[in-house]
Design a protein around this ligand. Sequence first.
Ligand SMILES: [Zn+2]
Length: 370
Amino acid sequence: MHPPTLRPLLLAGAAALTLASPLFAAGETAPAFAEILKIDAHSHVFEDIPELNRLMRAVNVRTINICNNGTDGYLDTMHGIALEQYRRHPDLFPFEATFDLLRRDEPTYVQEVIAHLDRMFAQGAVGVKIWKEIGIDIKDRDGKFILPDDPRFDPIYAHIAKRGKVLHAHLAEPIDAWLPLDPESNHYHYYSANPEWHLYGKPEYPSHAAIIAARDNIMRKHPDLVVVGAHLGSLEHDLDGIAERLARYPNFAIEVSARTRNLTRHPAEKVRALFLKYPDRIMYGIDGSWKPYRLPTPPSEAQRQGYINRLRLQYQNDFDYYAGSGRLTYANREVEALNLPRAVLEQFYHRNAIRIFRLDKAWAGPAAAQ
Ligand SMILES: [Zn+2]
């Protein structure tokens, strides 16, 4: 395992920061990677791996460990593992529940979902995840796609709001899902490998705009509900659209998981301006996924090690982008680092997540977390 040292790239840049950047207060230098607590607000760690736990503590990473999805048939399994991870390591793995979508047409559906969520809240769940299957996969009895603002979900959303928990929403997809495959796109490999989610030329599917409008409509109908938009709220191509929603919905926040690459494609000045305008509404995350329960055979040690190495690299590369200055290589491209001021970095990396998910309570363990 690597010690939590700063990479030479950032060290070299750090000395010049105070001169190069008017954003840093006089004398302020970029913090070291391990110095800043980094809450990965979008994580799926479904195995207790001592080496990973040690790495997280060494480089100062904590997670929001997310159960999804609601149609794969693993509902009890994944909640069981998330609960166990949280019981063993409450400082590392506060978790979000999700709910079943398979029984959605049954008359007792809503009561059952609410009872399930209450059981999860009683055991410490800090939020509830919903996924893109609502909007572009599940259908009603008439064969029409069910949108996220479907009235059947309103009592569930109202209950989450009443319990003071977060609705963490990955709804829609990157806009590229609705566009022709483009080798220059950040999402080219995903849609090449997962054609079922590539919706270009499939007019029967709801549009990106229709799903985003439905997501916004949840916030209009439930103004007390705290909604965290996963993956830049699926508006990774439209920073103005993100700012517009943050202005319009005071209980809306976003996280950057799996979309830092998209941020690097925008002018750094524009991305920085968004962070400076809404420093209390943007959270860090990477969306790394380790779900051995879905594999037909247990993963090998090499696979496990590969996963840990990828996570570590990602945390470091991301930090170089958000905290560093000057040019750096990110996802094989030369990009400009954001050079965020320390106060904004701390909000982004942990203060916002602590406030929004009430992590002080969650970290105290299941007994204190209800
Ligand atoms: Zn995810």
